[in-house]
Design a protein. Structure first.
Length: 291
């Protein structure tokens, strides 16, 4: 579906420093252009919903309100470079994140179309978040760049060696996962899943929880393990309403907080958000195929 392809293409294009710099320069020169975001993103969302048989005026208006509210918070503060995040910056993240977390508007979408519509909304949230914080507000430390050094890969693999056994043992002890078993999928399927998990789950979540939430907490509270722990707890709490156990899924929250601390530490030490996303992908991939 073309609208869903446009969103990841735009998100990945922002890995280019040239694209980042051009968009940042244009927004700083004419800040009012940030308001093109809600219009364009709502149009893309509406097209995706229409192709999935889920379009309605109420849904389109909800999407427009959803995309406009974070832009209003950013526009009210003016363009960057921002030195310290404000309450409105954190409000911007909440407005991007929580409506998706709690499925706002799901009642307006027929069940068969909910997967497509949710994917479109998730893509819009990530693209809008990157545009606001990286190009309009221009916060440093987001590390939205491709890996530039071997350590960006070795840190992820070292983190996996350290944290995966802890998560496996604790997850089994808590009754969250069954005993390990040999994978039943083909080697080709398991290999192709690396890219799928990385692009659909690991990278979007790392953009939200590390490049945005953790980074802004660090910029505000200091680059300490205490702040990293706070960001990890936020990540853990985001899994309270996830399965397979009924909510509040405290088992998942505990394991996600531990994993989040490892992801956050790798993010701190690397030069790219892709490093923590790689570790995130490896953990999810292992759980999917071996437990």
């Amino acid at each position: 579906m073309l609208p869903l392809a446009v969103l990841p293409a735009a998100i990945l294009s922002l890995f280019s420093k040239t694209v980042q710099n051009r968009l940042r320069a244009e927004l700083h020169r004419r800040p009012v252009l940030i308001w093109a975001g809600p219009v364009l993103l709502t149009a893309i969302f509406g097209l995706a919903a229409a192709l999935a048989g889920a379009f309605s005026i109420r849904l389109a208006l909800l999407a427009l309100a959803y995309t406009s509210a974070p832009v209003l918070c950013a526009f009210a503060q003016g363009v960057g470079p921002a030195k310290k995040p404000t309450a409105l910056d954190f409000a911007t993240i909440v407005l991007l994140w929580l409506p998706l977390e709690f499925g706002a508007g799901a009642a307006l979408v027929p069940r068969p179309a909910q997967g497509v519509v949710h994917s479109a909304a998730y893509g819009i949230a990530i693209l809008l978040g990157l545009t606001i914080f990286m190009c309009f507000r221009s916060f440093s430390g987001m590390k939205y760049a491709l890996p530039r050094r071997p350590a960006d890969f070795s840190l992820a693999f070292a983190g996996y060696v350290l944290v995966a056994p802890v998560l496996a043992a604790l997850g089994y002890a808590l009754g969250f996962i069954p005993p390990p078993h040999a994978p039943t999928a083909t080697l080709g399927g398991m290999a192709s899943a690396w890219g799928v998990i990385f692009l659909r789950t690991a990278l979007p979540e790392e953009i939200l929880f590390r490049a945005l939430i953790q980074n802004l907490l660090m910029q505000r509270l200091g680059f300490t393990n205490r702040t990293l722990l706070a960001a990890s707890v936020v990540f853990g709490c985001a899994h309270l309403n996830n399965g397979p156990q009924p909510p509040p899924n405290w088992r998942y929250a505990i394991l996600a907080a531990i994993a989040g601390f490892a992801y956050g530490k790798v993010f701190q030490k690397s030069s790219s958000v892709c490093s923590s996303a790689l570790l995130h992908m490896l953990v999810d991939w292992t759980k999917h195929y071996f437990f």
